[in-house]
Ligand binder design. Structure first.
Ligand SMILES: NC(=O)c1ccc[n+]([C@@H]2O[C@H](COP(=O)([O-])OP(=O)(O)OC[C@H]3O[C@@H](n4cnc5c(N)ncnc54)[C@H](OP(=O)(O)O)[C@@H]3O)[C@@H](O)[C@H]2O)c1
Length: 406
């Protein structure tokens, strides 16, 4: 039996032994209401661990020895949420990945949402396809800001900087300014985004793509988000951030600052979330190929087994569980090599963190994403990845999955 099939078998065994996930337990009718879903969570049979013994809600939880405050959706039943925002109009500026996910979720939660994008652009078309109606719920950026009480700036980070001179005068006293990234205000020397002094400035940053914000919500689950306050004029800024976080589909939220949010986010996506993972996959694949392994073998041993068999185990039950689910041979080798990868990579991660903190990453991003050709340039670079042998081989491997073959 190959390592892959042993791992697959371990996954099946794991599924039998382990507690069912929240998504698996929620029935269709439960998915319609997140307060119902929250009740379902406490009914899930669980491992007797300290984590699961802690009570749910707004409170301080012990995260591996460090106490942190968390906010949960269960404290905001839909009726309370709708009542809280009954006099508000959420003007969501930009309809890219986050605009789509957050806007549709907030609308489905019964909040009064309007969209502001440039007329005739790609986002305008997409918003119309999603049922936003020109003149009723879909407006130019300027018009939407004028109509909104809570202005959710979900333009691309580069566009937030480019448009700020037009946006700023419209953010008048009494409105709330919302971001999903600390980028614009933290790197103000580069972006020139300096919020007016007389408005609350808050942040809800979903820890995932806007597409996931939407799909998790539709499944009755919720994305994890961080919340932060940059400016609290009303004394209600944090409460508002938590409430909007729930409105846009968050499951639980943890507190951060704008600075920490942007540092960790830029760092994480350049690191294991995206940059490092492509770099590591490619490095491993190339060495296998250089040693005469076929594309099929190299891809299976690098990507397919990781994403289809082992990484889901880490996600559901943790690293030790995944190790335990593999052969003794695999375990021994992984235990020996993990510290070598850690030691080798720490200097790279330190360099990356510094590059984030000193604004180098921000300036590169602003320069690149402010080009009028940013969509075409990005498409070209992504095509280059798509054309790499590893990912071309991957398409064939994926096409051979029995569930795709019917
Ligand atoms: N994507 C994520 O995974 C993620 C996760 C968490 C937080 N965030 C944060 O959420 C915010 C939105 O991110 P996103 O990924 O949703 O952005 P995005 O997909 O890049 O959104 C682009 C939006 O900006 C508009 N836009 C671009 N250039 C413009 C310009 N010069 N003038 C006016 N509009 C312009 C686009 O409109 P057109 O179609 O008209 O070009 C589109 O509506 C950012 O602060 C981001 O850091 C993103």
């Amino acid at each position: 039996m190959s390592f892959a099939s042993r791992s697959a078998q371990a996954l099946r065994t794991a599924s039998r032994r382990a507690p069912r996930s929240v998504a698996n337990v929620a029935t269709k009718s439960q998915r319609a209401s997140y307060s119902l879903l929250a009740r379902t969570v406490s009914a899930v049979p669980s491992k007797a661990t300290a984590v699961q013994q802690q009570t749910r809600g707004v409170k301080t939880l012990d995260f591996a020895g460090t106490k942190e405050v968390v906010y949960e959706r269960s404290d905001w039943p839909l009726a309370k949420l709708q009542d809280y925002f009954k006099n508000d109009t959420l003007a969501l500026i930009g309809y890219g990945s986050q605009g789509h996910g957050q806007g549709l979720n907030a609308r489905d939660n019964g909040l009064n949402v309007i969209i502001g994008v440039r007329e005739g652009g790609e986002s305008w078309k997409q918003a119309q396809e999603d049922g936003w109606v020109p003149g009723e719920t879909l407006f130019s950026i300027e018009e939407a800001i004028k109509r909104g009480t809570i202005v959710m700036n979900l333009l691309s980070d580069a566009a937030q900087s480019q448009t700020w001179s037009k946006v700023a005068p419209l953010i008048t006293k009494g409105k709330t300014l919302y971001f999903s990234h600390g980028f614009s205000v933290v790197y103000k020397n580069d972006t020139h985004v300096i919020p007016p002094k007389d408005v609350d400035v808050i942040l809800v940053a979903p820890k995932g793509s806007g597409r996931t914000v939407r799909t998790l919500f539709k499944e009755g689950r919720g994305i994890n988000s961080s919340i932060a306050v940059w400016q609290d004029v009303t004394g209600k800024a944090k409460e508002k951030a938590v409430a909007i976080g729930v409105g846009i589909g968050s499951g639980y939220m943890y507190e951060t600052t704008f600075e920490k949010e942007v540092y960790s986010d830029l760092y994480g996506e350049r690191g294991v979330l995206m940059g490092a993972i492509q770099g590591l996959f490619l490095a491993q694949y190339k060495v296998l190929r250089a040693n005469g392994h076929s594309p099929s073998e190299a891809f299976n041993e690098t990507v397919e087994e990781a994403t289809q068999s082992l990484y889901p185990l880490i996600g559901q039950y943790g690293m030790d569980y995944m190790y335990n689910a593999c052969s003794t041979t695999a375990r021994r080798g992984a235990l020996d090599w993990a510290p070598i990868f850690e030691k080798t990579n720490i200097p790279v991660f330190e360099k990356l963190y510094e590059s984030v903190k000193n604004g180098t990453e921000t300036r590169k991003s602003l320069e690149y994403n402010s080009r009028s050709t940013y969509r075409e340039d990005l498409a070209r670079e992504l095509k280059e990845i798509d054309d790499q042998e590893i990912w071309r081989a991957g398409k064939v491997v994926r096409s051979l999955r029995p569930d795709i073959q019917q």
